[in-house]
Ligand binder design. Structure first.
Ligand code: FE2
Length: 593
């Protein structure tokens, strides 16, 4: 048996467990320590994945650490280590020519000196943690950041035939983008793009310049972009085109600035530009460069099968443009494309290394869903037995999924907390808040009740596979099980799903759901379709504004208590606030009223 623990502690820390090439469990630290975007050492996540897998730490063959330099655990971040790095990049970009900053020797210097310091700090801090568990130092192995991104994209994809693999992010171990060829069980690196040219860095610095949080709020800039005026934003786009460009089979930074120096450059360049035009400009240039970069590589390598990962590929609009390229026949985006994918990639690389060492055939199983946390079903009854539920009613219906659909069809909003929690940024039905997508007012109700989103941000939706042709334009029949791709909607049916579309351009970021991926959730929507004729629901993550997504029953109930949500489908039970509104609805839907 080959058992590997994968960990990451850069921007988004997490742990996973692979057994004989199969992903057994994975969970981000933020869902356990309840600090959103936690970069803390994933101590709780490690314990949890070992517990889910029923593995004693001493049985682990390797701890695969998904970086050689980027160990921004929360303690280091508090000490400003991360800020020191970005200040250094900013300074270098101001005093040295690009050809020096992009040089391989500088990157090697960065990896070998700064990396050595960070690995030393890491070891002095956490070696005791591993040895006390029975994991010796010899089992701790470091892997390159972008190799981890590439491994997650390719080995979690459905293919082992010749595949173009591309990664793009802000920075990881000195690179910001890579191109690979995958075939069988092997990866071959074709190109690495040094961090000075970071497209993710450009987007993040623009996000910061716009007054939002870099490395976090880029999706808000993407959501704002369609509200910009194409004509008026034209000069902004032209200016961005002069700053960054596709170059050969890579892309490059023409302005030469990085880090905070780039923020200052943006401030000088885009003085007095409206925020929505700026969002339009950066989104346009991102889509242009990313799609042109993919297009050139697909043409050069004569390959239309793409696997992608890295934070830049979280941009669902850019992914849509890639999907529409003539050169691309099929594509897989690892759904947790940010640095959560590093955890999975490290676990895969560790697995392949141990399989090779033990003369076993190389094998990694493709992913089929993202439900990788612990199953909360056995925790629900003990929780309800001991919880003070004054003010709530607990109903145990014959079928919770049918009752959930019934409440949705009555126009009510329902939270669903069931089974194993999703890995990655998207709630895919097990930790979701659901609503009727045909009711535009649900956007305002959700924001008033719980979500408090910026006024321009859209909600997403889940569409049954059997209904997707009714609502979406998808000529290449791309699967979209993970909400990492957006589609145009059909004008004639858009009204039915309007609250789950972007109000400015009518696109949707759908989870196209198959029954095998989540039978219970599928039944909810199918029953909702029987009742209303709509084969889709609005789906947004189950969390309070600013909190990580809910994991445990108690956290779901905390959301109920702190918000205006009335209904929670918790496993096979329905928890309802005991008020006039819920009594009226339940009297219509349940025999006991
Ligand atoms: Fe990354």
């Amino acid at each position: 048996m080959v058992q590997v623990l994968g960990i990451n502690m850069s921007h988004y820390s997490a742990a996973c467990l692979f057994r004989d090439g199969r992903l057994i469990a994975a969970i981000p630290e933020e869902r356990l320590n309840r600090i959103k975007f936690s970069a803390a050492f994933p101590e709780r996540a490690i314990s949890k994945v070992l517990e889910i897998g029923g593995v004693h730490p001493s049985e682990i063959d390797q701890v695969a650490i998904g970086t050689r330099c980027e160990m921004f655990d929360s303690t280091l971040a508090q000490r400003g280590e991360y800020r020191k790095t970005t200040r250094m990049v900013s300074l270098l970009s101001q005093i040295l020519p690009v050809r020096v900053v992009e040089s391989d020797w500088l990157k090697q210097f960065y990896i070998h000196t700064l990396g050595a310091v960070r690995r030393y700090q890491f070891m002095s801090r956490y070696l005791d943690f591993f040895t006390s568990m029975g994991i010796p130092r010899s089992k701790l192995v470091y892997y390159d950041h972008h190799t981890c991104h590439a491994a997650a994209a390719y080995f979690m994809s459905p293919w082992r035939t010749r595949t173009l693999i591309m990664t793009a992010d802000g920075n990881g171990d000195g690179d910001c983008g890579t191109v690979w060829m995958g075939e069988g069980e092997s990866l071959e690196c074709k190109l690495r793009i040094p961090s000075i040219h970071s497209l993710g860095g450009l987007v993040s610095r623009t996000t910061k310049f716009m007054g939002m949080a870099p490395w976090q709020d880029e999706y808000k800039v993407m959501g704002l972009a369609p509200w910009g005026d194409r004509k008026k934003a034209g000069p902004v786009v032209e200016r961005f085109r002069k700053m960054w460009e596709v170059d050969g089979l890579g892309y490059r930074n023409r302005c030469g600035y990085a880090g905070d120096a780039l923020v200052e450059y943006l401030r000088r360049t885009f003085k007095n530009i409206r925020f929505d035009h700026l969002a339009y400009g950066i989104q346009t240039i991102l889509e242009e460069i990313l799609s042109e970069w993919v297009s050139r590589n697909a043409t050069h390598y004569q390959i239309g099968q793409l696997a992608a990962s890295g934070g830049v590929f979280l941009n669902v609009k850019a992914n849509k443009r890639i999907m529409e390229l003539a050169q691309i026949d099929t594509a897989f985006w690892f759904p947790a494309a940010g640095d959560d994918s590093i955890t999975i990639g490290a676990g895969i690389l560790g697995t392949l290394a141990i399989q090779k060492k033990q003369n076993r055939p190389a094998f990694v199983a493709p992913m089929t869903d993202t439900y990788w946390a612990e199953d909360i079903t056995p925790l629900i009854d003990p929780y309800l037995d001991h919880e003070d539920l004054t003010g709530f009613r607990v109903i145990r219906p014959e079928n919770i999924d049918d009752l959930t659909a019934g409440i949705l069809a009555e126009g009510e909003i329902v939270a669903r907390c069931s089974g194993r929690m999703e890995f990655g940024p998207r709630a895919l039905g097990n930790r979701s808040i659901l609503a009727d997508p045909s009711c535009l007012d649900n956007i305002h109700r959700l924001n008033a009740m719980i979500k408090c989103r910026d006024f321009w941000m859209p909600f997403a939706g889940t569409v049954l596979d059997t209904a997707s042709d009714r609502y979406l334009r998808n000529p290449k029949r791309f699967p979209s099980p993970y909400m990492i791709l957006s589609f145009d909607t059909l004008p004639e049916t858009r009204r039915s799903i309007t609250a789950a579309t972007h109000q400015a351009d009518g696109t949707i970021r759908p989870q196209i759901l198959t029954e095998s991926m989540n039978p219970g959730y599928y039944r909810v929507i199918r029953r909702f379709e029987e009742l209303t004729g709509i084969g889709a629901v609005l789906n947004t993550s189950l969390n309070l504004h600013g909190d990580p997504v809910v994991n445990l029953p108690g956290e779901a109930m905390h959301v109920m208590r702190k918000s205006a949500l009335n209904f929670l489908a918790l496993g096979s039970c329905l928890i309802a606030k005991d008020n006039e509104e819920t009594r009226v609805i339940l009297s219509r839907l349940t025999p006991a009223g």
